[in-house]
Design a binder for this molecule. Structure first.
Ligand code: CA
Length: 219
């Protein structure tokens, strides 16, 4: 499960990230409201954890803008002021849950797990780029079934289209920690995926950025 945690207290952010990772989550951090909003809009997360008091944009601003943009990712609001008013504002803005600071990581983990058990239609399960739509549940690209690894690669490329996805990152993400020596596999998978795109007559193509990685671009 991939979590975004937006928190300006870096020490706290790193500590919570560390603890969440021990519980098996992948955690991205953002330290101010703007970075947090961009990360929330540009990526697919299973859950977004927002501190209320943040530089540049508040947690409530981030949440409102996410909902305006039809991002339905579950959101947990955090606030040092455990006041009813704050809680009400957060929930009004579309938060799914609320946790008062200070909190125990175990509590946060329980809340995240509870939200992720909600019905699938509550969460975003499709990503689109140009004429492509990838269905995360079915592992289908425009209705074409993909193997697990093909699907994982497509998922990574489509999360950040037109941006380089580093080869090491892909290896790590798709093949896991012991990806050493698997470099050649990636090329094999990319050429298979290029064939799929061709078959779909897509306007998107997978570009190789020599020495760096791959990116999905418009042909
Ligand atoms: Ca704060």
């Amino acid at each position: 499960m991939r979590i975004l945690y937006v928190e300006d207290e870096k020490f706290l952010a790193e500590a919570v990230k560390h603890n969440l990772e021990k519980s098996g989550f992948d955690v991205d951090l953002a330290f101010d409201g703007e970075d947090g909003l961009n990360a929330a809009l540009d990526n697919i997360y299973d859950c977004v954890v927002l501190d209320v008091m943040l530089p540049k944009l508040s947690g409530i601003d981030i949440l409102s803008r996410m909902r305006e943009r039809k991002k339905s990712t579950p959101v947990i609001m955090l606030s040092a002021l455990s006041e009813v008013e704050d809680k009400v504002r957060g929930l009004d803005a579309g938060a799914d849950d609320y946790l008062a600071k200070p909190f125990k990581t175990a509590e946060l983990v329980a809340r995240i797990n509870a939200l992720s058990r909600r019905p699938a239609e509550m969460q975003e399960r499709k990503i689109s780029y140009l004429d492509l739509t990838y269905d995360l549940d079915e592992k289908q690209l425009n209705g074409v079934n993909l193997t697990t690894k093909e699907a994982d690669i497509v998922h990574e490329l489509m999360k950040t289209p037109e941006k380089i996805v580093k080869k090491e990152y892909l290896l790590n993400k798709v093949w896991g920690g012991d990806a050493y020596g698997e470099d050649n596999y990636i090329e094999v998978y990319m050429s298979r995926l290029r064939k799929v795109l061709k078959k779909l007559k897509s306007h998107a193509k997978i570009m190789t950025v020599r020495g760096l990685g791959y990116k999905l671009v418009e042909e």
